[in-house]
Design a protein around this ligand. Structure first.
Ligand code: AMP
Length: 483
């Protein structure tokens, strides 16, 4: 078994790692650290949650022990696509660099230029930046990138999604060719491969998990819903209430505007919820994130961009309010749970119009996701519109579980949240075997689908939202009620 001491890290870094309590390096750390320490370029293909941040932070700190920073000339540069990720990397330097006196500057939007300039003026050992803000500083003449010895480009595929590639190319053109480059991406689409080829010289490739795989510890389920916004919100609430063991959950929305609506709706129905989206000011984002990390907020509603790569260990549940349009986003979303071998649950609301996205996801992950029946599918029942009625109380519950929510509020405000009689009137074993049979049927459909493409359309259950499919071996808590 490889230990941290085998990787070649300095004594001070090893001590800091020991203080954090890690016993052994993760595969990306084991693969990347020795090469990074040897000054080689590294192409790391790894998702968040694999320990990839430490895989570049630890060797960087070790290498920075020699040499000193000069005013306005940072020695190393780390590019991150979002402010939260940049802040997270900064926290990593605090954690692992506690026995060093490193000057770490964070250049992100939403923070005053003056403070950031002061840090640069003092001479930064490490500069962590989002591309836009970095270019702003560089154009003001307050920053010279000619002293950068180590460049890290993190989350390159997300940079691509966010349209940052031209900015990255500009920034890299300002850094000497002699630098060491560490390049990380969860997936390697052709555009990212092109960049890697351009920026890296004789890189060592370290790949930890195949891109597009979802962790085996995550139980994934699909939930059918009507496509109207109020129907989806009602389905989401039903889904949340069907789970009794929610420690904390992230609800992903495709659109920014839905983030705020879903958040407010959940609060109104007594859930402990917060939100994270790109338009919020930095302070609110930081507060929300902290609240979620501290378990003050149980459910965090977020957009892909805002939540990408956030280090929130041990999220028990992920709910996709929409099927993500980009199949890769599904992998990233699901990657928020089931980390480090823990069990996680991921539910995706599927409306009729999004079955094509679902097909793309199943193709990417090479797996058919099972459907889960909620007792009451919220499909085209306008009477279910909850927002039409004001909630009786503003009391916020700390738990989303059915047993803990303030019953008077949530149930009276939303008739659809009542448990229907059907699961109780039907024997548990009957239903379970029926569901098993349906899933078996679906599996055989899926096998057929693989064999012959021409049969695909007619046999794909995803295209028939009316048809009831099931739970596999799992029986959700609501089915046990009354037994
Ligand atoms: P990352 O992939 O960098 O976002 O890291 C995911 C999580 O894994 C973070 O909470 C890290 O603190 C944690 N972590 C990093 N390295 C290790 C390790 N060797 N052992 C256990 N946890 C780790």
């Amino acid at each position: 078994m490889v230990s941290f001491a085998d990787l070649g890290l300095s004594e001070k870094v090893l001590k800091a790692v020991q203080d954090v309590g890690y016993t052994e390096p993760t595969p990306i750390q084991e693969g990347a650290v020795p090469h990074a320490l040897a000054g080689k370029d590294v192409l790391g293909i790894a998702q968040t949650g694999t320990g990839k941040t430490a895989s570049f932070v630890l060797p960087m700190i070790t290498r920075l022990e020699r040499g000193r920073a000069r005013a306005r000339m940072p020695r190393t540069l780390i590019l991150e696509p979002t402010r939260e990720l940049a802040a997270q990397v900064d926290e990593n330097f605090e954690k692992y660099g506690k026995y060093h006196k490193l000057n770490v500057a964070l250049l992100i939007g939403g923070v005053s230029f003056a403070d950031q300039e002061r840090k640069l003026e003092r001479g930064a050992d490490v500069l962590i930046a989002t591309p836009g803000r970095l270019l702003d500083h560089s154009e003001r003449g307050k920053l010279l990138l000619t002293g950068v010895d180590i460049l890290v480009i993190d989350e390159a595929d997300r940079m691509l999604d966010m349209g940052f590639i031209p900015d990255i190319e500009r920034i890299v053109s300002l850094i000497p060719f002699t630098r060491q480059t560490l390049f990380f991406s969860a997936t390697m689409p052709p555009e990212i491969q092109r960049l890697a080829d351009k920026f890296l010289q004789g890189p060592v490739t370290v790949e930890t998990a195949k891109p597009s795989t979802t962790a085996k510890t995550v139980e994934q389920r699909l939930i059918r819903t009507g496509g109207k916004d109020y129907e989806k919100r009602a389905t989401l609430r039903d889904a949340l209430r069907s789970q009794e063991n929610i420690k904390n959950a992230i609800v992903f929305c495709n659109r920014k505007r839905d983030v705020a609506t879903v958040w407010k709706s959940l609060e109104k129905h007594g859930f402990s919820a917060g939100a994270l989206h790109g338009d919020m000011d930095q302070r609110s984002r930081t507060n929300m994130l902290q609240g979620f990390k501290d378990n003050v907020i149980q459910i965090l509603v977020a957009s892909d961009v805002a939540a990408r790569g956030l280090d929130i260990p041990d999220v028990s549940h992920v709910f996709n309010f929409d099927v993500p349009i980009h199949a890769e986003d599904y992998v990233h979303r699901i990657g928020r749970t089931g980390r480090a071998g823990r069990a996680g649950q991921a539910f995706t609301l599927v409306e009729k119009s999004s079955t094509k996205y679902l097909e793309a996801i199943e193709k990417l992950i090479d797996k058919q996701i099972e459907w889960m029946d909620l007792p009451d599918a919220n499909v085209a029942q306008p009477a279910a519109e909850p927002e039409a009625k004001p909630a009786r109380s503003k009391t916020r519950s700390k738990s989303a579980s059915r047993s803990k929510k303030p019953a008077s509020e949530a149930e009276s405000a939303d008739p659809q949240s009542e448990l229907p009689a059907s699961p109780e009137s039907e024997g548990k074993d009957d239903r379970k075997s029926k569901i098993k049979a349906q899933n078996a049927e679906r599996k055989s459909d899926s096998d057929n689908k693989k064999e012959t493409k021409s049969s695909k359309k007619g046999k794909n259950d995803n295209k028939k939202p009316e048809q009831s499919t099931g739970f596999g071996d799992e029986v959700p808590a609501f089915m046990m009620i009354g037994r």
